[in-house]
Design a protein around this ligand. Structure first.
Ligand SMILES: Cc1ncc(COP(=O)(O)O)c(C=O)c1O
Length: 438
């Protein structure tokens, strides 16, 4: 398959092989978030955003595995290094109990490991004075540890602040901060003292009132942290205003409340900056990252982390050698290929195309929005959105829903004009099909 000439090609989806694999998978797997019966065949051709499914259908993947594969399929720069890597066993070690070297002196090694990943994360976060990283296994764990360090630093940690529409993970601590869908929280025990306000200027005003020593009921010195997604993901790809971010930063500084920027979906170049907060006048005290990094990371400054041994730990935290290699190479490729500029340019182009699509389908499309390559189209109803996701898939374009009635597009960071054009044409047809069906 050549990236320059590849085209989506669908005969039947799911085809007979995909159906078998789905059935086999379901025999022993717990029901989860599976959106549709797309089965990637890892033994077949895939390059950039193109991949082959279990029946030989070629798909244009504009989900990047929910931002977890930012360089698309089989990125040559990544593959070359991965091929040179000799597999070892164990590939995952108890990395917060023991250290690992990847040969020679740290600065000379050909194979970056967990320590290099942390070193690179510090480099790309030093504009916020961050010099320390705690590695874990997932986004939810990155958030859990961000919360823990903030609770630990607060003398009377009674409160935390989150935003309407937020999503921060599914573990019991992290889910207490979610305000996007009831399915994430219903019946589960939650952390106490989590206050939520709207993700808008109205929310800033409400928070200001709550923290006001005279009129409010939330003593600022008891607020362990404010957590926000710099662009909301699950909540529907909501991009905040500059004013909202600036005022939030000021309010938190005024009351000395630490700010956690959850960059698990929006970070690692997705929006055209390394971190989405880099677009705004907001200085986070803690950053959480995962997905595109292949591991979880809680990033902050040394004085924020507890010194006491075992206060934070995880068996595989800094011990996933292969994932750390992939994470470090991903960050290096983004820098070497100037993919931040590229993502910004292509994101502007894609957003322009989606706005034109909205103009052509005014009855169906409410808005197109996004930042960099974190782009979305909001529809008039949830049913329409679901129908468009299905109709796009039938035409060979993989997309995902988010929010109540929004469809998200997350192409790889090195997406090309030709691929954007194909995707927008297919989406256009898919929206048209739902209009003629209604
Ligand atoms: C903003 C945000 N935070 C946290 C998470 C949780 O990450 P994980 O699924 O790796 O636990 C996600 C996952 O979608 C996310 O988008």
């Amino acid at each position: 398959m050549q990236r320059e000439t590849a085209e989506p090609r669908v005969e039947q989806l799911p085809g007979p092989n995909a159906s078998q694999w789905v059935e086999f998978h379901r025999q022993s797997s717990a029901p989860s978030t599976y959106v549709y019966d797309f089965v990637w065949d890892i033994t077949e051709d895939a390059i950039g955003p193109f991949c082959t499914d279990a029946d030989g259908n070629v798909l244009l993947d504009f989900t990047s595995h929910v931002a977890a594969a930012p360089l698309g399929y089989n990125n040559p720069a990544l593959m070359e290094k991965l091929r040179a890597f000799d597999l070892v066993d164990p590939l995952k070690i108890a990395g917060q109990d023991f250290y690992v070297s990847t040969g020679g002196a740290p600065e000379e090694t050909e194979m970056p490991g967990p320590a290099h990943l942390m070193d690179t994360l510090v480099d790309v976060s030093d504009q916020y004075g961050m010099d320390t990283v705690f590695l874990s296994n997932s986004g939810a764990e990155a958030v859990e540890n961000a919360m823990k360090i903030c609770y630990d630093n607060c003398d009377v940690p009674k409160y935390a602040v989150t935003f309407e529409g937020a999503f921060h993970g599914r573990t019991l601590g992290a889910l207490s901060l979610n305000r996007s869908k009831s399915v994430h929280r219903r019946k589960f025990p939650e952390l106490s003292g989590v206050v939520d306000v709207p993700y808008s200027m109205e929310g800033i005003e409400r928070l200001r009132e709550k923290l006001d020593p005279e009129r409010g009921h939330v003593p600022p010195e008891q607020v362990a942290f404010v957590i926000l997604e710099p662009v909301q993901g699950e909540g529907g790809y909501q991009v905040p205003s500059q004013e909202f971010m600036r005022e939030l930063d000021q309010l938190c500084s005024e009351h000395d409340i630490p700010l956690i920027a959850d960059e698990i979906q929006s970070g690692v170049g997705r929006t055209g900056e390394m971190w989405a907060v880099d677009h705004f006048e907001l200085e986070p005290d803690v950053i959480t990252s995962a997905k595109a990094l292949r591991v979880g990371a809680t990033i902050s400054s040394m004085d924020v982390f507890p010194e006491e041994k075992s206060r934070l730990s995880s068996t595989w935290g800094a011990g996933d050698i292969l994932s750390s290699l992939q994470g470090t190479l991903t960050l290096a490729t983004i820098q070497e290929q100037d993919l931040l500029t590229h993502a910004e340019e292509k994101g502007d182009r894609l957003l322009g195309q989606l706005r034109e699509l909205g103009d052509r389908h005014q009855d169906a499309v409410v808005a197109a929005r996004g930042l960099g390559l974190m782009t979305a189209v909001e529809f008039d109803t949830k049913e329409r959105r679901d129908d468009v996701v299905d109709a796009a898939l039938e035409r060979g374009l993989l997309t995902l829903g988010c929010g109540q009635k929004t469809l998200r597009l997350l192409p790889p960071l090195d997406v090309r004009d030709r691929e954007l054009d194909i995707a927008v044409d297919l989406l256009d047809e898919a929206v048209g099909a739902t209009e003629s069906a209604n």
